[in-house]
Design a protein around this ligand. Structure first.
Ligand SMILES: Nc1nc2c(ncn2[C@@H]2O[C@H](COP(=O)(O)OP(=O)(O)OP(=O)(O)O)[C@@H](O)[C@H]2O)c(=O)[nH]1
Length: 338
């Protein structure tokens, strides 16, 4: 079993996509935990494997703690009944907000399945662009690095050698035994990170070092999500993103969406990490049969409903009255907070 963790937008799903594209991954069960009411990561992985399970709208280290072991037990039971293909490997992707200590403890001490699973490696994606500042300001990111067996420094193409050197030093200072891999050395070698032969550190399942107070960390974090069935005008999306990011950039932790853009055949992916918006990308195929768009925005210290209001006003403005729109071509999902 492998645990992939890392800050919001640090590159966990990108890493997972590369790993899942390697030969011999078919016998993998993938468990993806997402914070918002809509989960997009399982769509973005676009893998051929059948056992992909989304644990949405909560974080494994706190609000839906306990569900993970039930989910894994359920997977074993369903495989035994022949309801899903059998699997020899489990990969779990946490939310970017997760403090891995509780999750590791749960996996190591799990009753009922403890003889059937072995946590082989904790893999942490460390954001090359934001990693240094996150390590100084964000306790979850610190814990993700401290508990890693392997740290993957992502986005090396976006940073100078000096920043990379400082980040590498900071990681080895915090966790001298962690293997450090850099994203630009990584292409074509993805399956190597699932090689656990070199893993030697015993995992202790108890002791005060595993206690955490994750709730206080997540308190001010909220998410807003929307699913909309009619095509959206690209110019309106750009206008909305411009307004969103010029208003309170420091309060927007993460934005991601798979969009049906008017006049475009394939789905368009938009992503923002912190205040940085990435160039739009395309998916080869629609991840859901009816097309349509799904967007998730995660905020800290900002009422997520205001994100929804700006989306309504700018992107959907002037289409239909809200009551009709909710019932006919758009469904606004509830804002959610942990
Ligand atoms: N240039 C560049 N962009 C990257 C790299 N890795 C990830 N990204 C981009 O960073 C954004 C976030 O990447 P994801 O893989 O979705 O990050 P994540 O950690 O799964 O995000 P959450 O699940 O929301 O926490 C996307 O736009 C990626 O394309 C990289 O090595 N280089």
């Amino acid at each position: 079993m492998f645990l992939i963790t890392g800050a919001l937008g640090s590159g966990k799903t990108t890493l997972l996509r590369q790993v899942m594209a390697c030969p011999g991954m078919q016998d993998t069960a993938l468990i993806i935990n997402e914070f918002g009411a809509i989960g997009l990561d399982q769509m973005l992985v676009q893998s051929a494997i059948e056992n992909i399970l989304l644990m949405g709208d909560g974080c494994l280290c706190c609000s839906i703690r306990g569900d993970l072991i039930d989910t894994i037990s359920g997977l074993f039971a369903r495989a035994e009944l022949g309801e899903i293909p059998s699997f020899g490997r489990i990969i779990i992707e946490t939310t970017g907000l997760a403090d891995p200590r509780q999750i590791i403890q749960d996996l190591v001490t799990a009753r009922g399945i403890s003889g059937r699973i072995r946590l082989a490696k904790v893999i942490t994606a460390v954001d090359g662009v934001f990693g240094l500042s996150q390590l100084g300001q964000n306790d979850e990111v610190l814990q993700q690095v401290i508990h890693a067996d392997l740290c993957m420094i992502t986005k090396c193409d976006l940073i100078e050698g000096e920043t990379l050197g400082l980040l590498t030093q900071a990681i080895s200072g915090l966790n001298p035994t962690a293997e450090i891999v850099r994203s630009h050395d990584f292409s074509g070698k993805a399956e190597g990170i699932l090689d656990d032969t070199g893993w030697q550190k015993p995992r202790r399942a108890s002791g005060s070092s595993f206690r955490c107070d994750a709730k206080s960390v997540h308190d001010a974090v909220q998410s807003w999500s929307v699913r909309h069935e009619a095509p959206l005008a690209w110019s309106k999306i750009l206008e909305w993103l411009d307004a969103l990011y010029s208003m309170r950039p420091a309060n927007i932790l993460r934005m991601k969406g798979i969009l049906q853009v008017a006049g475009q055949e394939s789905p368009v992916v938009v992503q923002g990490v912190g205040a940085m918006i990435y160039p739009p990308a395309r998916l080869d195929a629609w991840p859901w049969p009816a097309r349509g768009s799904e967007i998730v925005v995660i905020t800290r210290g900002l009422d997520a409903r205001s994100v929804g209001r700006s989306f309504d006003a700018i992107v959907l403005g002037g289409q239909l009255p809200r009551a009709q729109r909710d019932g006919i071509d758009g469904r606004v999902l509830a804002s959610s907070a942990v």
